[in-house]
Design a protein around this ligand. Structure first.
Ligand code: UD1
Ligand code: CA
Length: 463
């Protein structure tokens, strides 16, 4: 029989000093509690209940509907036992084991949850919990055992005597219960230093009811790192990043100064990708075999096909770069930018919803918005598409082997047919037919001898 998982996530998170509910703080681009939800489902949970409180609506909205996922609200934060009790409305009558985790402990492993369920069954216990030994147990609940090693109870830091505070075995906050949980929870009171309903009091209550309390000692302190502060958030992020980098390096990715590279779990990399220092890869970014990303480039939701290059300091968002194309240094590819095979975008070129055909080039200082550029066309330095008339966006269509001279303005909607040639400095607001030269600027006038005459006039006035 499958189990259920309850994730406690209603706490305020005061120490984060933030308007954002603690469990929504991003960890590698995803809300904290998202990791707990994923782990819960991966452990084979049939139902997952998240107890929300502070920013309840926000938390709910951060997660798409998922079969088996339910949110319940704890209106007042009266303690962890009170939080768990809110899940009764959803899980009363659920026959299987009930695992409880904390929404601020995102690294807990799938195997750890499965292990607890197994121990509960094997030892026919009413309750099973994880424990851990820490050199510095400060802040955690301490596990009190009798002389035979049986767990008697948990004591919170605030309530512990000096002798109890010296205990190094702590409660990391991961538990599993049989279906008597709901009736036992009613026996938890708030007569303690915090005036809170303490969930770990269930240890004593289960024992007093004559049921066995089993425990599993975790050997991996990293997986139980809880996030209560910004520093702990950064620490957990570092652990996750190290795991991700190590994973991709075993898959054949070259990272120069790996500790400087940031990437999210949703990113996919192929063998022989090279990442230079300071690279940031976010969202659904996918890099093909042999792709090289230069120093300090930032790529979000961007696909780069094999052997294309994104040079240093480029920023790409929702872009698509085909094989053999290259962008940057200092290129800006915005959503809908598409470089076809062998296309080239150089420094200070911005593309938005624009397609650059095969081997087309925009080498320097250009803006192409809502534009289509045919193959082998050349966009000169300083060319811009004036795609916005203050109210609406318009399209620029450029055919094949078109040459657009430097500093031209293409006032959309406008079409330049195949082989057209636009003279530098032109303001183009009419279509240019195939193979035609368009020149739209003031004719140049040279005034012979002007400089000398001007100098002579000035000298005469002063004399
Ligand atoms: C808790 C445990 C402590 C354990 C530690 C491990 C209790 C009383 N203490 O302490 O033994 O060593 O975790 O990290 O359980 N929450 C609610 N509603 C509430 C209170 C808390 O949903 O009314 C949630 C929080 O959002 C958080 C989790 O429960 O995700 C734990 O609460 P927190 O206040 O962080 O407990 P700790 O002091 O860390
Ligand atoms: Ca905590």
């Amino acid at each position: 029989m499958a189990h259920a998982v309850v994730i406690l996530a209603a706490g305020l998170g005061t120490r984060m000093k933030s308007k954002l509910p603690k469990v929504l703080h991003p960890l590698l681009g995803r809300p904290l509690v998202g990791y707990c939800i994923e782990t819960a489902f991966k452990s084979g949970a049939e139902r997952v209940v998240v107890v929300v409180g502070h920013g309840a609506e926000q938390v709910r909205q951060a997660f798409a509907d998922h079969p088996g996922l339910t949110f319940v609200e704890q209106r007042e934060q009266l303690g962890t036992a009170h939080a768990l009790a809110q899940a009764e409305s959803v899980l009363a009558g659920f026959p299987g084991p009930i695992v409880v985790t904390q929404g601020d402990t995102p690294l807990t492993r799938v195997e750890t949850l499965k292990g607890l369920v197994e121990v509960l069954r094997r030892e026919k216990a009413g309750m099973a919990l994880l424990t851990m030994r820490l050199a510095d147990p400060t802040g955690y609940g301490r596990i009190v055992r009798d002389e035979r090693g049986e767990i008697l109870r948990n004591v919170e830091q605030k309530d512990a005597t000096p002798e109890e505070q010296a205990i190094q075995e702590i409660n990391p906050g991961v538990y599993c219960f049989d279906s008597t949980l709901w009736e036992r929870l009613k026996q938890v009171d708030n007569r303690n230093a915090a005036n809170e309903y303490y969930l770990p009091d269930l240890i004593r209550i289960y024992r007093e009811a004559g049921q066995k309390v089993a425990s599993v000692e975790s050997k991996d302190p990293e997986e139980l790192l809880g996030i209560n502060s910004r520093a702990q958030l950064a620490q957990v992020e570092r652990v996750l990043l190290e795991r991700l980098r190590a994973h991709w390096m075993t898959q054949g990715v070259r990272m120069v100064l790996p500790e400087s590279i940031y990437l999210e779990p949703s990113v996919e990399l192929a063998p022989d990708v090279t990442l230079w220092p300071g690279v940031i890869l976010r969202g659904r970014t996918r890099l093909g075999e042999g792709v090289e990303v230069g120093a300090y480039a930032v790529l979000s939701d961007t696909v780069v096909e094999p052997y294309a290059k994104v040079r240093s300091h480029s920023v790409c968002e929702g872009a698509y770069i085909e094989s053999g194309a290259d962008a940057g240094p200092f290129a800006r590819l915005r959503p809908g930018a598409h470089l076809e095979e062998g296309a080239h975008v150089g420094n200070f070129v911005e593309l938005k919803n624009a397609r650059l055909g095969r081997r087309a080039k925009a080498g320097h200082l250009a803006y192409l918005g809502d534009a289509e550029v045919g193959e082998e066309s050349n966009i000169g330095a300083g060319v811009i598409t004036a795609n916005y008339d203050g109210k609406r966006k318009h399209k620029t269509t450029i055919g094949r082997r078109v040459f657009v001279g430097s500093n031209s303005v293409l006032i959309a909607p406008v079409t330049l047919a195949d082989g057209a040639f636009v003279a530098g400095g032109s303001a183009i607001n009419q279509d240019v037919p195939e193979g035609a030269l368009a020149i739209a600027r003031m004719r140049q006038r040279n005034i012979e001898g002007y400089v000398k005459r001007k100098e002579a006039e000035t000298t005469a006035q002063q004399g």
